[in-house]
Every structure is written in C-alpha cells, then in structure tokens.
Design a protein around this ligand. Structure first.
Ligand SMILES: Nc1ncnc2c1ncn2[C@@H]1O[C@H](COP(=O)(O)OP(=O)(O)OP(=O)(O)O)[C@@H](O)[C@H]1O
Ligand SMILES: Nc1nc(=O)c2ncn([C@H]3C[C@H](O)[C@@H](CO)O3)c2[nH]1
Length: 316
C-alpha cells in the first residue's frame, strides 16, 4: 500500500482483491499494489460512483485482459528435493512436454564463478579474480556457509523476481513457471541445516532469518509460490547419482549430509513440523513424487509423472 498512498486523494474503507471502495471520486495510477495484483505493473484504476454515493475502484485486472491479468494467470511452482535426486533431469522432462511450462534452473554456475575486481593502486590495471563459492562452502563450511546462504538466497530471489516469458503470458492453457528450488528451501532446508550442524552460528542464523523475512515480506506476492513438487528418494540413491554425476565440488559430500537434508525435506514438506514464518507457505499444496524410479529411459513412467504434474498444475 505504500506506493499508492503517495497518489491517493481518498480514504479506502473496504478492500478485497480487485475491488476497493473509496470515499471521494478520483482516478489514479496505482503502481505495484500487493493487494490488487502481482508484479510491478502500473495499472490504471478507474473510479466509479456506486449507488450509495460512494466510489468503487476497479483494477485493470478485473476489467480487461491486461498485462497484469496475464501475469497473474501464471502459476509459480518450485521443484524441491535432495542433492542429485534428479531435479534438473525432471525439470528438463517437464520443459520438453509442454510449451505452457517454463523451467528456471538453479543458478549453480553463478555460485561457481563469482567475479571480483581488485585495484592495486594508480596506474595498475584492475585485476579480475574468479572464485568458486560452492567449492569454498564445501571445503570450509564453518567459514563460508553464511556467505554462501546470502548469495544463494539473493540469486534465488533474483530468479523468482524475473517476469515470465512472453510465451507464458500469451498462453491460453495453464501457464506455469517452474523454479528449481526457491528462497524457501534456501532457508528451511539448507540454512537451517547448516545452523543445526554448527556451520552457521547463532548470530549469523539470527541475521539471516531477519533479512530473509524482511525480503520475503517486502516482495510479497512477487515471490509467492502456488505449489511445490517434492522429488523424494532414499539418500543412498541420491549418493549413487551424485557420485555418478561427478561434480568436482561435491567430492567430499558424505551420506550423512544427504541423510540430514532428506530429514529436513520430510519435516518441511511431509510431516510439516518445521517452523514456517509465512502464512501462505504453510498452506501450500505439495505433490510428492517417488524420484527413485529410473524414469529417464522409461516412457511409461514419464507419462505417469507428467499426468500427475498436469493434474497438480490444473488444481492450483
Ligand atoms: N530418475 C533418474 N533415473 C536415473 N538417473 C537419474 C534420474 N534422475 C537423475 N538421474 C541422474 O542423477 C544425476 C543427478 O541428477 P540431477 O543433476 O538432475 O540432480 P539435481 O537434483 O538437479 O541435483 P542438484 O541437487 O545438485 O541440483 C545425473 O547424473 C542424472 O543423469
Ligand atoms: N549449503 C548450501 N546451501 C544452499 O542453499 C544450497 N543450494 C544448493 N546447494 C548445493 C547442493 C549441490 O551441491 C549444489 C547444486 O544444487 O549446490 C546448496 N548448498
């Protein structure tokens, strides 16, 4: 409500989604209202007098098929699951079957290539250094976990704030933007786990939670999800796949770490015992799929997965 307040020449006394009653006649530009629409669009709100002499504001969302309408139709879903359970593989499958679904990959390469410029003084050209924060975090978790979580969360936030592609905005079906992990798994899986392992200390954990809550609350609808697909497999299966994939930074990952991450996922998404700080997230529908199945070369299993996902998306 902060942006509109700058323009508003009226007092609002009753407000629902797409419907606001005001006391005086006016016509304003409403920028980025959380309560009326999702995203940072500017919408023209038209004021009309109602029978009782009061005024009623309608956002463009309920008047016509505007850009805000199109954006609001796009469902947002994250794929969650343990390391190497097969999220990217599953995401590629989803991307290949339906033009209405757009997958956004986890920004791992960003974490592996952080560029910094150092200047050694006048006349000396600045030098660019590239560091691999993923590797640093695995090699010295006590030192780097907090830094890693700040960067991973920031990059996930950036990803979740990107507008959907035009193809989804023009879709006549059920457009869905699918994210590989989210700002929520950043906190309720990884950061929490690092805290419980003692790799993030109590001060760092308090600071992380404080800015995480602030960001999620400030961005409101823009970072909300409508559903979660949870790919689950025994940690031993994830270990097998992790080793087969052979990502250099993960060489030292132990089964015990995957066990702990598995328990975090179960507590958050199945048992619902993780303390969650965002009301909408507490109610979010979760589709749990058995990812231990070797679906890659089995079209029948792929078909079953896709049907379940399609039904899930249609119900959101
Ligand atoms: N259903 C499956 N059956 C057999 N192998 C699979 C399956 N899913 C994934 N794999 C293999 O397991 C490895 C890890 O898969 P993938 O990279 O998709 O995992 P991920 O969950 O995205 O990993 P990360 O948590 O690191 O992002 C890859 O080598 C992939 O080919
Ligand atoms: N510590 C930590 N915090 C995160 O938020 C996080 N997100 C992903 N990862 C690790 C898992 C894979 O190795 C690799 C790719 O998913 O990155 C994380 N590690």
């Amino acid at each position: 409500m902060s942006a509109p307040c700058r323009y508003a020449l009226f007092s609002i006394y009753n407000q629902r989604a797409g419907f606001t009653q005001v006391r005086r006649f006016t016509c304003i530009q409403w920028k980025s209202s959380d309560s009326l629409m999702r995203g940072g669009h500017t919408a023209v709100l038209k004021a009309m007098a109602n029978k009782r002499g009061n005024l009623t504001l309608f956002s463009s969302r309920c008047l016509s098929g505007s850009a805000a309408d199109a954006k609001a139709r796009v469902r947002r879903v994250s794929i969650e699951g343990n390391i190497a359970v097969g999220k990217s593989t599953f995401a590629r499958l989803l991307q290949s079957v339906c033009a209405d679904w757009e997958v956004v990959a986890e920004p791992v390469s960003k974490w592996q290539n952080i560029e910094s410029e150092t200047s050694k003084g006048q006349g000396v050209p600045p030098q660019t250094t590239v560091s691999n924060l993923l590797q640093m975090m695995y090699q010295d978790p006590q030192r780097w976990s907090y830094t890693f979580q700040t960067y991973s969360c920031m990059s996930r936030l950036r990803t979740q704030l990107q507008p959907p592609p035009a193809r989804l905005l023009q879709s006549k079906g059920t457009p869905v933007q699918v994210y590989e992990r989210s700002v929520y798994s950043d906190r309720y899986i990884f950061a929490l786990n690092m805290f419980e392992l003692g790799c993030i200390n109590t001060t760092e954990w308090a600071v992380y939670q404080d800015w995480h809550s602030l960001l999620v609350e400030q961005f409101g609808h823009q970072v909300e999800l409508e559903g979660i697909i949870y790919l689950s497999a025994p940690p031993e299966k994830c270990m097998e796949r992790l080793q087969r994939r052979g990502r250099a930074e993960e060489e030292g990952v132990k089964l015990d770490y995957l066990d702990k991450l598995h328990s975090q996922h179960e507590r958050w998404l199945v048992e619902k015992t993780t303390e969650i700080h965002f009301e909408k997230l507490k109610q979010i529908p979760v589709l749990k799929l058995d990812a231990s199945v070797e679906f890659k070369s089995d079209p029948e299993v792929q078909e079953q997965f896709i049907t379940k996902v399609k039904n899930f998306f249609d119900g959101l």
